[in-house]
Design a protein around this ligand. Structure first.
Ligand SMILES: *Cc1c(COP(=O)(O)O)cnc(C)c1O
Length: 398
């Protein structure tokens, strides 16, 4: 069948919740994806910040295959070695004390919100606690995660969502302070806002919110589903600032393609929040997903992924800065490590489509921001190849 025929079949069978690019994928290898007609694309999307190790990593694939031949799923009513290994390693790299594995990012956020509410409930017995979230944030599409997502377009049709959520402005400490009441149980934000347009938290904001939370007995939840797992040059983005959350969420690159996420907490929160019977999942933390997590963390160390993020991230920054100076259409350049964005003075659809035409995958973050979130194995030569194409796309736009 041709690509067009597959796409027609897809449009006849799948719910229309995405405006998809007109590509049907066949396979991936390293930094490249191949469509079913054999066209090769340099990938600066990584399945939305998922494939940190690149495609078709042999050690990763072999670990999954071996586990498939043993057992894929058991149940959380028993123990399994991959989950034990994955939890131990994740504790070590995250600095958190206790892990709950989920199947997705949104579910990790749900768990984090439940833990925060239970913590507050056990303290004062009230059931009217409030959560402070940020404008332009993104935390996922389930009802709870949507409730703290600061994008009214995503929320409106699904009201009423969970109540008692107040929104503040990201990186504006005074606006957070204004939303605090004696019922506030948690503040949640992304250490680097992803979907909202690649906005890193400032160090001052992190420190001030942390101090406020400490002073008022409020829990700080950091959502590092997109910016965690090495993307900004430290395993988790908060580690750059030394401002530790009480609850941390992860997903996307944590399993490098296998659906898995996690919410993690400090021992203090774990001792006074979710307990036996409060939360559960059938698939979460199953042996296949956890072998992926465990192997990903091993490979990050073996391949010194963080060193590459720091080196290539700086190189990418310089190259995108040069492009920003060259073109009037580019209004701003932001980001850390291998999570960067170019804000443009127009919709970036056309640029992205032109890049795809030329064999480069890019993705937007909002209507006018191009997001650069390549696999973390990306090399300087890959950056050069990408820049050459993006440069040509902007030149045609003039
Ligand atoms: C992608 C994302 C989510 C949602 O993750 P899903 O796996 O799609 O449910 C939540 N928070 C952030 C910051 C994300 O980037």
């Amino acid at each position: 069948m041709s690509m067009k025929e597959y796409i027609d079949e897809a449009e006849a069978a799948l719910l229309h919740t995405y405006n998809r690019y007109q590509i049907v994928w066949d396979r991936g290898d390293g930094m490249y994806m191949y469509d079913i007609e054999g066209k090769k694309y340099l990938d600066f999307v990584a399945g939305i910040a998922v494939f940190a190790l690149g495609y078709n990593n042999k050690a990763y694939n072999d670990a999954l295959k071996a586990q498939i031949d043993k057992v894929i799923h058991t149940s959380n009513y028993y123990y399994n070695i991959p989950a034990i290994e994955a939890a131990k390693k994740l504790k070590k790299v995250s600095g958190m004390d206790r892990i709950f594995f989920t199947n997705s990012g949104a579910e990790a956020v749900e768990g984090a919100l439940k833990a925060a509410r239970k913590y507050a409930f056990l303290r004062d017995g009230r059931t009217d606690h409030e959560i402070i979230a940020m404008n332009h944030s993104f935390h996922g599409r389930t009802m709870g995660a949507l409730s703290v997502t600061g994008n009214p377009h995503y929320r409106e049709a699904f009201e009423p969502l969970i109540g008692n959520v107040r929104f503040a402005d990201f990186n504006d400490f005074e606006s957070v302070k204004e939303q605090v009441t004696d019922r506030t149980c948690a503040v949640i934000f992304e250490t680097v806002q992803g979907e909202g347009g690649i906005y890193p938290a400032t160090e001052a904001f992190m420190r001030q919110v942390r101090a406020l939370c400490d002073e008022r007995g409020i829990l700080l939840i950091l959502d590092e589903i997109q910016c965690g797992m090495g993307r900004t040059g430290t395993m988790f983005a908060w580690q750059r600032f030394g401002v530790k959350p009480d609850i941390l969420t992860s997903a996307k690159a944590i399993g490098c393609g296998v659906p898995v996420g996690a919410f993690m907490m400090t021992e203090k929160v774990a001792q006074q929040s979710l307990t036996s019977g409060d939360h559960g999942t059938t698939y979460g933390g199953n042996p296949l997903a956890c072998v992926a997590v465990s192997k990903v963390i091993d490979l990050f160390e073996e391949q010194d992924i963080l060193a590459n993020v720091n080196e290539t991230g700086v190189y990418l920054y310089e190259k995108l800065e040069a492009l920003t100076e060259k073109y009037d259409h580019i209004k701003a350049h932001r980001g850390i490590g291998l999570m960067q964005g170019l804000e443009c003075g127009m919709s970036v659809n056309e640029i992205i489509n032109r890049a795809i035409e030329k064999g480069l995958l890019l993705i937007n973050a909002g209507a006018n921001i191009i997001r650069f979130i390549p696999p973390l194995i990306v090399s300087k030569a890959d950056v050069d190849n990408m820049i050459e194409i993006v440069d040509a796309c902007f030149a045609e736009q003039q």
